[in-house]
Ligand binder design. Sequence first.
Ligand code: NAD
Length: 511
Amino acid sequence: MHNPGNATPDRFPAEERFAEGAQYIAGRLTRGTSGRTHAVVDPASGEEVLRYELAGTADVDRAVAAAREAFPGWAGATPGERSDALHRFAAVLADRAEDFARAESLQCGKPLKLSREFDVPGTIDNTAFFAGAARLLQGQSAGEYSGDHTSYIRREPIGVVGSIAPWNYPLQMAAWKVLPAIAAGNTIVLKPAEITPLTSLLFAQAATDAGIPDGVINIVTGTGREAGEHLVGHPDVTMTSFTGSTAVGKRVAEIATATVKRLHLELGGKAPFVVFDDADPEAAAHGAVAGALINTGQDCTAATRAYVQRPLYDAFVARTAALMETVRLGDPFAAGTDLGPLISHAQRDRVAGFVDRARAYARVVTGGEAPEGELAKGAYYRPTLIADAAQDSEVVQSEIFGPVLVVLPFDTDDEGIALANDTPYGLAASAWSRDVYRTNRATREIKAGCVWVNDHIPIISEMPHGGYKSSGYGKDMSAYSFEEYTQIKHVMFDNTAVAAKDWHRTVFGDR
Ligand code: NAD
């Protein structure tokens, strides 16, 4: 087993791989020119794994210029040519899968099994999906809707997309932003979270090695305030696609609106997990633990609020707590680790703050503390179950983004559904029951972009991901994402070939 305090090169040699810099512009690595540096820190040990020069506004300008220059050629490629390039891209990613998994686990503290079995294969599959989908972009069928004209629809790329991504799934977020954009013929400048740039850079390098032209994908690794805001407000960027917190999303929306950009927002979540009294209790308890703890709870769709119908409530609390206690915290690179640290010590302290404040008004059933001993150096926090909190309390209403599940009881089905809908968020939800009429009602009435039945978390490239309410608008993944990354043009042909057209009489003469 590795010593968690020793960021050994076999984890991922970040300094060596990004010796030329941590910006990727026009097909090559380059250094940021902001005059400031930033450290990527291994959250399992607290040690620096890469110090790099942050992007400043001039780097964003260079990246946008490269994307702009690449746009006509890439937009003008045939769908088949773009598809071929994306198929090659998927193959390069598959060849480098282990490299990606190690880099992702190093910068995020994810257990290697999660990176290997979820983040990386999901990204390869998404790339393969968009390689196919690139050839299926459609406009509406043509027709003679006025009688005197033929109309048809062109679906066209938008131009240079500026994207901003969060740190929780850096590789998948890069893929979700980049792939539909470039499959549709756009070019892109992506700003990953400055604490997790490694796999976005590897992703762009792999695209170049697969033959995707220089400038189609550019990565600027800078702060939100400097590089992020400059990218969103940039006059040569025609669309902003943002994934992150609702608070920052609002700021991004202000800037994008002021510069009249197409906007796609994937924001926070607070997913309800509704267990009706005829549910399989064992399946619900397992589902709640897995759904709440995946990625150490730093998942916008994670199960965060379990509403359990009164007859099952006490047993659910006891069983879920017992299962949580079997989860093994440890070094992300060690076999046998189920749960890694949070992304940073600051995030761990933020999560601990929510739990500590909750002790005044609710019951912490298990967890509620950082482990001691060898793991104390890392940003670890024990899986935590909180019961008996009021619906309007902070732990029920706010996004905690850590390994914390809150459980509340309900009596009637009406009440369960109403409570599920009672937060500003609407990203994802699940309903647990063996009665198809109950689950069918829940799927209709819960206001969320995805509702699972008797499961919680799985995603698939063919299906869209996106929010309702304060969780944002627009879709990632699936063919639906093309609605964000394309614009529709109506082309209308006159069929009469006469100079004095019938409708001209509304302007002059009396024909
Ligand atoms: P965040 O909002 O703090 O940061 C997201 C990104 O925005 C980062 O790249 C950051 O540098 C950048 N940023 C910060 N301030 C900015 C500004 N003023 N202008 C432009 N960019 C700015 O979010 P985070 O802490 O990195 O990620 C966690 C959040 O992301 C959670 O709220 C989570 O729910 C959300 N999330 C949502 C989805 C989804 O699909 N809806 C997916 C993953 C994460």
